[in-house]
Design a protein around this ligand. Structure first.
Ligand code: FCB
Length: 496
C-alpha cells in the first residue's frame, strides 16, 4: 500500500495526531551519515531565474517577460531582465561550481533563446551559449543535467493558445529535436519538464504564474499537452542524442495531510490532480479514472486523442522529485474563489471546479516555516521517497530540488551565516539518507539553488541560494550553507 493510499485509510481523528507522532521521531539533525558511492551531489538553477540578457543574441520574449512586466504580477515590479547576469558571468559561475566541488549542475534551456518564436530554425547564438555551458561543466568534471522547459514559454506560442493548445506540444517536439541534435552528444541527463503542475495549474488555473490565466478547463488541457510534450520530447531526444544520456522528468509531488471528516476524500482528489495526473500517463500509460470523474464538470478530456497515452508513456531512467514542504487539505461544502488562491506557492491550482458542490481547501500547516511561509517537514521528504519507491518499484529517483528561502544577513566581515538554511539542508539530507537506508533507489540530490535568483512572483525578495548574489553589484558570496555543502560533497557524508 502506498503512503498516499495510507492517508486515505487514516481516520481523520488520527490525522490531527500526526504532528505529535512526528515530534516523537528523530529530529533529522544527523551528521556523519555516509552516502553511497556514485551518489550525485548537485545544485540547480533555471534559465529565466538566473540568466538575464533577456533580449540579447536573438532571444525572443517568453511568457515570464510579459508577465513580470505586467503591473501587479511580480513583487516590486521585478523582472528577469538582468537576474544574476549568469549569461555574461558564465565562466565565473562555472568556477564557483567547481570550487564547491559539485558533481552535477542542473540548469534549464530557455526555449526562446533557441527559437525566438517557438518555431522555425535554431538560433545559433542560443545554441552556442548552452554549448559553452555544457563544455565548461565537462571541463570541470561536472555533469550537465539539462531541463528543456522550466516555464519560459516563447510568448508567440502563448499568443496561439499556449499549453492549452495541442500545437504547443507539436512545437516542443521540434525544439527537443534541435537541442538533442546540438547537445545530445554531451549532456549527461535530459529532463523534459520542470514541475508541469505549476505550468498548468498556476499558469492557466490560479493565474499566479505566467501566463496568468484563470481558466480551469484550459488548465486541464495544459496538463495533457504538457504530458504529451514530455513523451514526444523523450522520443525526439532519443532519436537525436548521439551520446548516452539518461532521461528524466521533474515533478513537484504534493505530500498531503488531511483534516476534518472529509480528509480522505480531500486527499484523494488533490493527489489525483497534483500527483497522479502526471504519474498516471507518464509512468502507467493512463489517466486515473477518479481524476476524470472529479473533473467531469469542467472538461470531457476530449483533447486526449488516440495514441496520446502511448506517446506519453515512455521509459525514463530517473524520476526527478522536487520537495519543499507538505500540504494539508480539507473538504468543505460550497465552492468559493478562495480555493483558487490557496496552497503551495500560494495556489491550489484550480481545485474548485465550477459546478461541484464540495471543494477542497488548503489549510495552514503547522510550523516552523521558511521565509516563503512553507512549513519545514523533512519527514515529508522521507515519506515521499518511500511512497514513490513503493508505487514505482523499478524507477530510480533523484531529488532535483530541495532548499529554503530565509532572510539572510551579511556579517561585517562579508560572510553570510545562514544557519537556518544549513539546518534545513541537514535535516533534508538526513531524510534522504533515511530513505536510502530503507532501500529507496535514490541516485542524487540537487540543492535549490546555487544562486539567489528571481523567485517568480516574489521577484528578488526571496533568497534560496547557497551563494548570495548582491543584486546591486551582482557579486557572489558563498554562504555558510554553501561551505557546508562543499564539505558534504567532499566527505560524501553529512558534516558535523
Ligand atoms: C520550484 C521551482 C523553482 C523555484 C523553487 C523555489 O517550484 O521549480 O524554480 O522557484 O520552487
Amino acid at each position: 500500500m502506498t503512503q498516499v493510499q495510507h492517508h486515505l485509510d487514516t481516520p481523520a481523528s488520527q490525522i490531527s495526531n500526526r504532528v505529535a507522532v512526528t515530534q516523537g521521531r528523530p529530529d533529522y539533525r544527523d551528521s556523519g551519515l555516509v552516502f553511497p558511492v556514485g551518489f550525485t551531489f548537485g545544485s540547480a538553477t533555471a534559465s529565466y531565474q538566473v540568466e538575464g540578457a533577456a533580449s540579447e543574441d536573438g532571444r525572443g520574449p517568453s511568457i515570464w517577460d510579459t508577465f513580470s512586466k505586467t503591473p501587479g504580477k511580480v513583487w516590486n515590479g521585478d523582472t528577469g531582465d538582468v537576474a544574476c547576469d549568469h549569461y555574461h558571468r558564465l565562466d565565473e559561475d562555472l568556477d564557483l561550481m567547481a570550487s564547491l566541488g559539485l558533481d552535477a549542475y542542473r540548469f534549464s534551456i530557455a526555449w526562446p533563446r533557441i527559437q525566438a518564436s517557438g518555431r522555425g530554425p535554431a538560433n545559433q547564438a542560443g545554441i552556442d551559449f548552452y554549448s559553452r555551458l555544457v563544455d565548461g561543466l565537462l571541463e570541470r568534471g561536472i555533469k550537465p543535467v539539462a531541463t528543456l522547459y522550466h516555464w519560459d514559454l516563447p510568448q508567440p506560442l502563448e499568443d496561439l493558445g499556449g499549453w492549452a493548445s495541442r500545437a504547443t506540444a507539436d512545437a516542443f517536439e521540434d525544439y527537443a529535436a534541435i537541442v538533442g541534435t546540438a547537445l545530445g552528444d554531451r549532456v549527461h541527463t535530459w529532463t523534459t519538464l520542470n514541475e508541469p503542475w505549476c505550468s498548468a495549474y498556476l499558469g492557466y488555473g490560479q493565474g499566479g504564474h505566467a501566463p496568468g490565466r484563470h481558466e480551469p478547463a484550459a488548465a486541464l488541457a495544459a496538463v495533457h499537452h504538457l504530458n504529451l510534450a514530455h513523451g514526444r520530447a523523450l522520443t525526439a531526444l532519443r532519436a537525436t542524442s548521439t551520446g548516452t544520456p539518461e532521461y528524466s522528468v521533474t515533478l513537484n509531488f504534493h505530500v498531503l495531510r488531511g483534516v476534518g471528516e472529509g480528509a480522505p476524500e480531500a486527499i484523494r482528489r488533490i493527489d489525483g490532480l497534483a500527483n497522479r495526473a502526471f504519474t498516471g500517463p507518464m509512468l502507467r500509460g493512463e489517466y486515473p479514472a477518479d481524476l476524470l470523474e472529479d473533473t467531469a464538470s469542467v472538461t470531457d478530456w476530449s483533447f486526449v486523442q488516440d495514441g496520446d497515452l502511448a506517446a506519453i508513456h515512455q521509459p525514463i531512467d530517473v524520476l526527478g522529485v522536487n520537495y519543499y514542504s507538505t500540504a494539508t487539505v480539507r473538504l468543505w461544502d460550497g465552492v468559493s474563489e478562495k480555493q483558487m488562491n490557496d496552497g503551495h506557492k500560494g495556489a491550489a491550482g484550480g481545485t474548485a471546479w465550477p459546478g461541484s458542490d464540495q471543494a477542497v481547501e488548503f489549510v495552514e500547516q503547522p510550523g516552523p516555516y521558511t521565509a516563503m511561509g512553507w512549513n519545514i517537514a523533512p519527514e515529508g521528504l522521507e515519506e515521499l521517497l518511500l511512497s514513490l519507491s513503493e508505487q514505482f518499484p523499478d524507477q530510480p529517483l533523484m531529488i532535483t530540488e530541495n532548499g529554503a528561502a530565509f532572510e539572510d544577513e551579511v556579517s561585517e566581515d562579508g560572510s553570510v551565516p545562514d544557519v537556518e538554511r544549513l539546518d534545513y539542508l541537514r535535516r533534508h539530507f538526513t531524510a534522504a539518507h533515511r530513505a536510502l537506508s530503507q532501500g529507496v533507489d535514490l541516485r542524487g540530490y540537487f540543492v535549490w539553488s546555487l544562486l539567489d535568483n528571481f523567485e517568480w512572483g516574489y521577484g528578488y525578495a526571496k533568497r534560496f541560494g547557497i551563494v548570495r548574489v548582491d543584486f546591486e553589484t551582482l557579486e557572489r558570496t558563498v554562504k555558510d550553507s554553501g561551505h557546508w555543502y562543499a564539505d558534504l560533497v567532499r566527505e560524501r557524508a553529512i558534516p558535523a
